[in-house]
Design a binder for this molecule. Sequence first.
Ligand code: ADP
Ligand code: MG
Length: 360
Amino acid sequence: SDIAPSLLPRPRRLLLLLNPFGGRGLALQWCQTHVLPMITEADVSFNLIQTERPNHARELVKGISLAEWDGIVAISGDGLLYEVLNGLMERPDWEQAIKMPVGILPSGSGNALAGAINCNAGLEQVLGLELLLNCAVLLCHAGVAPLDLVAVTTASGARCFSCLSVAWGFISDVDIESEKYRHMGAARFTLGTLVRLASMHTYRGRLSYLPPGLGELPAGGAGEARVGGPPDELLVPLGQPVPVSWVTVEDDFVLVLAIYQSHLGADLFAAPFARFDDGLVHLCFIKAGISRAALVRLFLAMEKGSHFEQECPHLVHVPVRAFRLEPLTRKGILTVDGERVEYGPIQGQVHRGLARLVTG
Ligand code: ADP
Ligand code: MG
């Protein structure tokens, strides 16, 4: 009774946001059965809120008092964490807010970030409930690491913060078209891939990028805004030509993928060399002319992350700081972190270590 209560260690307080419709809709059941008992045991106190609609998590996060929480955890697929990060960045105090540790307990159909966290911890690649349990244990360990975010701008001028990828062509087509197989969980991507392979499209586009170390002098800054995040000092507005220090290729592509984490899905080890805060966008693309058989081989090898070892001449990887993609094919699908965005010119630049991720 002589110890002031304020000197006693207090339990970590986590805000858990759960999307009851993520993946196969098992999030709440899995959470109640497996996760909540584990984190209670680890002396973590928490509030669990179920999201009621898209953008609910984003709005909640914009309104919370930062001092009340030690972390915000999305119990969902990657989509809900994307909302959390963007909600934090939309706050007037974004510079403080984005330092809030964010975590993920994978229970959606797209669980790329969880796959990356699991891999980073040196654990064997697993799926479903096993991946959720691994991530729950890591969440209890509470270690936090800096996480790169990529500011992505589309033709309308809208800017968002992305933590996973921008995709065009084969991958975004599969991601969006396979929404109708959502009830299958992660298997939706396998089926979607097979369906898509049967009618392989190619897309014409112009891809420009700024390699690291090359002319990283500020381009002038497309983003004058201090409100809503840091300025994109490497970018010029989409209506203007890219700076002269950039490299441009115009070609026909099967896919273009700008990825910043190691995983594209829990079992898609797409960029084995990527680190949470390497300050790099890994620009990967497959050029037209690849055979279906070679494309299948690449996707099969991606489970183990050995696809680059095949030295396929159509597959290219360039690490960059910033990129611009200008689709020339009139119709197509673009995704940011697996969610569809407006089709047209799109560009992004990395902001190294801007966010903080619970990695265990
Ligand atoms: P999945 O990996 O299965 O797609 P996500 O967590 O990525 O799961 O969620 C998919 C989408 O569902 C997200 O864009 C999110 O905004 C939206 N969402 C969140 N809560 C709800 C809800 N209660 N009802 C419908 N959609 C929701
Ligand atoms: Mg998703």
